[in-house]
Design a protein around this ligand. Structure first.
Ligand code: 5AD
Ligand code: SF4
Length: 449
């Protein structure tokens, strides 16, 4: 009998990328083959995102395309995984009649059973959220590469009033420290050079009294030539211990994604963010003192219910004070079931757009200035491969997660660490010339380094 072939398309955050690898790991164990083309597959999943309205619209659009495949090959099983599965459940199966299976983030182990049933014409819905499921026992399916994601905790207990995540991904729970460290060691063995530890709120990680700083320290010593990144941090839980741990270990990257969301205390309170702008700014200052050269990125929402022009100016002000290296900026999108959904959405669409554009323009000029200020410096760069635009150039990343473009040479290959002297910069990209080879791909630095 020919093997079943599964294809998964992933939308949304990096947690979803990591979850897709978990689902593929589960299906590989059951003898499925993984394919990169929807046309070759007899099982097609979309791993979905509900964070904003437009994310869901995109997925509905894509489901429309997939219907054509189903019309030509009715035996194809089509399923929705992830956050939209939690939110829309029966709507997707009963009303839209487009999908056979709907499975939320905590029921992925039941997917093989759902697929078997779908092959004999039964629809399946698995949307229970769990207080314990962490997929600790699943080996994710990963192609060889340089960079890997590991989800270390799931869910979120913060209940920011605008956010669906606590409803679609459930309560916080952490994986065991040992299983994460083992996974890091395996990735190092396979030649990976960068691992990102993921969670909606990684600083709440806790396993038998061991916190996120302990986890980072344990991962850092596995292989000093493996860069360790992490995301996302909530300002309420970013401890001094964590900052000191980052400073102590050379391969813990000096880069913190620290969503501020708004620069107005009144709006932060309405968002249930549990900190003030003053507390946030002190945290940034402290982190800069403890970790010299640390870079920051953030998330900002424009047009939250009740946001006045004054509040907006305070967001502009906080951006000017922090001078983020980068930012992800969004228009507020009302999500059913959240507290903010019931607040009057007082900011009209045109004003939201205008404020968002002002925020984006300001961030672009700040990123440009920040990047100009480091021209002339030498940076350690992990070589990733050809640049997107030209085969005459290679691209890599700095410790602080900035893209660096430098002339191609046969002497270097993906996975090498090299030193690059920066000579030019735009708001999004640095350019430079190679100074020297530091660690060739395939070799590791001694543990004591
Ligand atoms: N509208 C706009 N942006 C949102 N985010 C989360 N929920 C919403 C929403 N309803 C943003 C926040 C969060 C990031 C992942 O997405 O900025 O930090
Ligand atoms: Fe959503 Fe807030 Fe949790 Fe982040 S911390 S996932 S924004 S509820």
């Amino acid at each position: 009998m020919p093997k079943n072939k599964v294809y998964i398309e992933t939308y949304g955050c990096q947690m979803n990328v990591a979850d897709t690898e978990i689902v593929l790991g589960i299906l590989k164990n059951k003898g499925y083959e993984v394919t990169n083309s929807a046309d070759n597959a007899n099982v097609i999943f979309l791993n979905t995102c509900s964070i904003r309205e437009n994310a869901e619209q995109r997925i509905y659009g894509r489901l429309g395309n997939l219907k054509k495949i189903k019309d030509n090959k009715p035996e194809t099983v089509i399923g929705i995984l992830g956050c939209m599965a939690e939110r829309l459940r029966t709507d997707l199966i009963d009303q839209k009649k487009m999908v056979d299976i709907v499975v939320g983030p905590d029921e992925y182990k039941r997917i093989p059973e759902f697929i078997d049933n779908a092959f004999i014409g039964e629809k399946g819905i698995g949307v229970k959220l769990s207080r314990t499921e962490t997929y600790d026992d699943i080996i994710p399916y990963r192609e060889d590469g340089l960079s890997a994601w590991i989800s270390v905790m799931r869910g979120c207990d913060k209940f920011c009033t605008f956010c669906v995540v606590p409803f679609t991904r459930g309560r916080e729970r952490s994986r065991s420290l040992e299983s994460i460290v083992d996974e890091v060691a395996q990735l190092s063995q396979r030649g990976f050079r960068e691992v990102s530890l993921l969670g909606q709120n990684v600083n709440s990680y806790i396993d038998n009294g061991r916190d996120f700083a302990d986890l980072l320290a344990s991962c850092a010593v596995v292989d000093r030539s493996l860069r360790i990144r992490f995301t996302t941090s909530h300002p309420q839980d970013l401890s001094d211990k964590l900052l000191h741990t980052i400073a102590e270990h050379s391969n813990l990257c000096n880069y913190i994604h620290l969503p501020v969301q708004s620069g107005s205390n009144r709006i932060l309170e309405a968002m249930n963010r549990t900190y003030t702008v003053e507390h946030y700014l002190e945290l940034i200052e402290k982190a800069r003192r403890i970790i010299p050269g640390v870079s920051f990125s953030t998330d900002i929402i424009a047009g939250f219910p009740g946001e006045t022009y004054e509040d907006h100016l305070q967001t502009i002000d906080v951006m000017q004070k922090v001078r983020y290296d980068g930012a992800y900026m969004f228009k507020y999108s009302p999500r059913e079931g959240t507290k903010a959904f019931r607040m009057p959405d007082s900011v009209d669409e045109a004003t939201k757009t205008k404020r968002l554009n002002e925020i984006i323009d300001l961030q672009q000029s700040i990123s440009y200035e920040v990047n100009q200020s480091i021209i002339g410096q030498e940076e350690v760069v992990l070589v990733e491969g050809f640049s997107k635009k030209s085969n005459e150039f290679f691209a890599g990343r700095t410790d602080s997660n900035k893209v660096v473009i430098f002339p191609y040479s046969e002497e270097f290959k993906p996975g090498d660490y090299i030193k690059v002297k920066l000579n030019k910069a735009t708001s999004a990209t640095l350019f430079g010339d190679v100074v020297e080879m530091l660690i060739p791909s395939g070799s590791k630095v001694p543990k004591t380094a």
